[in-house]
Design a protein around this ligand. Structure first.
Ligand code: SAM
Length: 260
């Protein structure tokens, strides 16, 4: 999979791209991720990307020109192996990320991160993990001029019903959630199958590891029994109980108090 991230702060992704799952996916040749500076697509000497809102009000709004140009240049450059030849400026602040994937199909899924977008969930992550190319646009300040959305017709996507200060916070949630579902990225594919929100809509069962006893708390006997059938039955029951306790019983449509 190829992922291009368009941001005002490419340097924020440096550790993210070079650590843990994302590094592993890149090293396995399963992920080609690039971070683009939206400011490289400005035309004035101050590299202006935002301006005051028409009609007044607090904060600054991202201007349509630089964001739309950045997306269009990224899409155009993605169709060429030699990006410089396609007129794509180098992103000096971007983490140094080598690209194992040469070319991709010409039509990316363009995602615009916004608290007003479709709420991200596990099935949507699964759908996105089947895409070959994602272009992820990070907003900042008060968000995007509406004409960016009208021009690009992106998938507007929210990581939840709350507001963070920039798409740079939301993008790692999206990217990590997608990348771990790409076949071959996780060492054991069962890790992504036996999880909360996966397959049966149940939360995960409780997990234990060594030591057998910690501050007087024992590992449930069944997990030490070596009886795989009993273990599976216990885990299934625990997952059902935990889901009902924390999320309510889907049968009666009730939601449990999430703080309980
Ligand atoms: N004024 C916007 C509103 O009320 O909907 C919020 C703008 S927010 C401070 C700045 C940027 O952070 C957004 O453009 C978006 O890219 C990102 N962002 C904030 N919360 C998000 C969320 N829940 N999901 C995805 N992106 C989010």
């Amino acid at each position: 999979m190829r992922i291009d991230v368009l941001t005002l702060f490419p340097e924020l992704f440096r550790g993210f791209a070079e650590t843990a799952l994302i590094r592993i996916a890149r090293e396995k040749g399963l992920l080609d991720v690039r971070f683009r500076d939206i400011r490289d697509h400005t035309r004035d000497k101050h590299r202006t990307v935002d301006d005051r809102p028409f009609g007044g009000g607090p904060g600054m709004v991202l201007k349509p020109g630089p964001v739309v140009s950045a997306v269009e240049a990224t899409v155009a450059a993605g169709r060429f192996e030699d990006e410089a030849a396609a007129g794509m400026p180098a992103a000096p602040n971007s983490p140094e990320v080598k690209s194992p994937t040469p070319l991709m199909e010409p039509t990316p899924c363009i995602i615009l991160l916004s608290p007003q977008g479709r709420r991200l969930d596990q099935p949507l992550l699964g759908e996105l993990a089947r895409e070959r190319w994602l272009v992820v646009v990070c907003g900042h300040y008060e968000g995007f001029d509406e004409r960016i959305i009208e021009t690009l017709d992106p998938l507007e996507l929210s990581i939840g019903d709350y507001v963070v200060s920039g798409g740079e916070v939301a993008a790692p949630v999206l990217i990590d959630g997608v990348v771990r579902l790409i076949p071959g990225v996780l060492g054991d594919p069962r890790s992504a199958e036996e999880e909360s929100f996966t397959g049966d809509d149940l939360l995960d069962y409780p997990n234990y590891t060594r030591p057998r006893e910690f501050r007087g708390l024992e590992v449930p006997e069944v997990l030490l029994s070596g009886d795989h059938r009993r273990v599976a039955a216990w885990r299934a029951e625990q997952a059902r109980l935990r889901t009902r306790e924390r999320r309510g019983d889907p049968a009666d449509g009730a939601e449990a108090d999430s703080k309980s």
